[in-house]
Design a protein around this ligand. Sequence first.
Ligand SMILES: Cc1ncc(COP(=O)(O)O)c(C=O)c1O
Length: 361
Amino acid sequence: MATEARSTLARMLAEVTPGDLTMSFFTNGGAEANENAIKLARWYTGRHKVIARYRSYHGATAGAMTLTGDPRRWPAEPGIPGVVRMLDPYTYRCPAGHPDPCPVCTGAPHLEEILQYEGPNTVAAVILETITGTNGIIVPPDGYLQSIRDVCDRHGIVLICDEVMAGFGRTGKWFGVDNWDVVPDILTVAKGINSGYVPLGAMVVREPIAEWVRDKYFAGGLTYSGHPLACASAIASIEAFKEEGIVEHSGAMGDVFAERLHGLADRHPSIGDVRGLGCFWGIELVKNRETREPLVPFNATGEAFAPVARLAKAALDRGLYLMTHWNVVMVCPPLTVTPEEIDEGIAILDEALAVADEHTA
Ligand SMILES: Cc1ncc(COP(=O)(O)O)c(C=O)c1O
């Protein structure tokens, strides 16, 4: 059965997503959107490999967990077959040592080299978080996404952008890809699609793939996929986004964050890097700005994580909840945050960072 809410939401998504992303398939959340994206990419191309990055999280179901590069994957290994790893455009800690031009951070040379070894005709898809979320709010350098797009086009590979975190205004644009005018073949979304009121996700597909799949049976639906209640909440949320100018507001708050967070970096030696867009920022903490040694090591837990745990406690004691991931503090407030609220949070962070500064050399 068709439902009014589902088709209205699909039409709205076609309007707010860029280019010819026109067809939506609804899911219960983000992981399931990614599962269906790789399922569709494999079916469409007749190939099986999927290239994913290390500093990534794509969800906790079997396939999405295998796509995930961070240690949350380890207990679920070996996972699904065919996932190949590529490095991240992490300019602050470039895995290639960041020569100029950098083969990893510019995108194409690194991906081309991997394809040479893997065989481009075996690769169905490249999946990446447009702007990396929990793995450190990594904003790719200008040109990176376009160059990945070009390589995918050259080899008939489906580009999947996971915007479960970055989508729906988080970066000051409707979608993260809009910051670089790149259109992926499949965009996966959840969370902000309906401001999280009830479970909902989607994969939005570009016209050539939509055209190909339209008369086929795509075996991806679950009992509750595209539930009318979830779709109705997304319609209401997107309407509110438009009426209240939420996306534009998020972009404007990005200027406030840039100014305030760089101000904090001027005062606190524990801040090694500040990066972000809109209401999507990360503060990377270090022991030493020169060596960039992280304040706590990769995958730190227990005593090794204590410096960041103490910082988070100091903030919470003052009324500010911090989401942290190893040595990165995420600054990702609701998109309705006001400059006054930002100042209130920054003032608390300013005090709490003294705890992190004690661990610097
Ligand atoms: C970038 C990204 N992709 C996928 C997911 C998985 O989404 P869900 O938890 O809705 O399955 C998440 C969840 O945090 C995410 O941040």
